[in-house]
Write a protein that binds this ligand. Structure first.
Ligand code: HEM
Length: 280
């Protein structure tokens, strides 16, 4: 048992959670053969909408992607879809949770997911939406909230890291971060970045498939965790180099670009925790 599951943090809710699938709306969903699956489809469609608008708007703030349009034009077209995605993902999540309460209550993945969700909401409403609306400019209150959002995001990652192994979802986040930086990087920075990544990927393969036997888990785990840290640090370093090198794009400077990158990754992490929840 771990101390990060909701049951450890809120033991007083045990009885309420145990009864959730005996009352509306949990009971009819649990008793139906199709309802859970249909609701989960809605959950994943909402994720596609929410994630899609986040990627489009935040990449625009970073200065890549749909650069023919000013950020405020993207905001005008997409903000409503961010709201729809968020509301539908919350409603469908709560409905599934009501029919399956004890599973969430005993899951550390659910804790990571809810902290990630909080960070995602803060970053969306403090950074993504106001910065695109104002063509990249951000007021002091939004900046402070953005820093708080990143701090909450780091807590979510820390909970994610408490799993015994380097959690598979963690590699999703690292890979997504790596691809976003590859997309955002330009010129020589991109070429050097690709070269460094190729060497690191090859080194990890050799270490975990040749040097250490595939079944020696006690030796593989620390090596994989070490590579997870190394990849994360290299990706972060290139993200900083690129954000500084690209200078200002319209009204969005270094701070907004960094925050925009975090605002994409936070949804990737939350979705990875959701996936972990489904198969854990
Ligand atoms: C109130 C908020 C939420 C609740 C209560 C919730 C609850 C759930 C539940 C109960 C499942 C099904 C797990 C299973 O199959 O047993 C699930 C799956 C999932 N959720 Fe959420 N969720 C919420 C928000 C989110 C958000 C914000 C995201 C993404 C950013 C997300 C992404 C996912 C994903 C990717 C799956 C996995 C589906 C699969 O692979 O089968 N969820 N969620």
């Amino acid at each position: 048992m771990t101390v990060f599951a909701p049951q450890d943090l809120f033991p007083q809710l045990a009885e309420w959670v145990a009864n959730l699938d005996d009352v509306f709306p949990g009971k009819p969903i649990k008793d139906s053969v199709w309802a859970f699956a249909q609701i989960e489809v809605g959950h994943l469609l909402a994720l596609a909408v929410l994630g899609g608008t986040s990627v489009l708007m935040n990449l625009r703030l970073i200065g890549v992607g749909l650069t023919d349009e000013p950020p405020r034009e993207l905001h005008r077209n997409l903000a409503v879809w961010t709201w729809i995605g968020l509301i539908v993902i919350l409603v469908t999540g709560i409905l599934m949770g009501a029919s399956n309460g004890e599973r969430l209550y005993t899951s550390e993945a659910f804790t990571a997911k809810m902290i990630g969700l909080a960070a995602g909401i803060i970053l969306t409403f403090a950074i993504t939406l106001p910065a695109t609306k104002n063509d990249g400019a951000l007021g002091p209150a939004s900046r402070v909230m953005g820093v708080i959002g990143v701090a909450v995001f780091l807590v979510a990652i820390w909970v994610f890291l408490q799993a015994k192994l380097a959690n598979p979802g963690l590699w999703h986040v690292i890979m997504a971060g790596g691809l976003i930086v590859l997309f955002a990087a330009r010129g020589l920075t991109r070429i050097i970045y690709l070269g460094v990544m190729a060497v690191m990927i090859a080194a990890q393969q050799v270490m975990t498939h040749v040097v250490i036997p595939a079944d020696a888990f006690d030796r593989l785990d620390p090596v994989n965790k070490g590579f997870a840290w190394a990849f994360a640090l290299v990706i972060l370093a290139f993200a900083v180099v690129q954000a500084v090198a690209s200078g200002r794009d319209g009204r969005s400077g270094f701070f907004v670009k960094g925050m925009a990158m975090a605002s994409i990754l936070v949804w990737v992490m939350t979705a990875a925790a959701g996936r972990w929840l489904a198969f854990a």
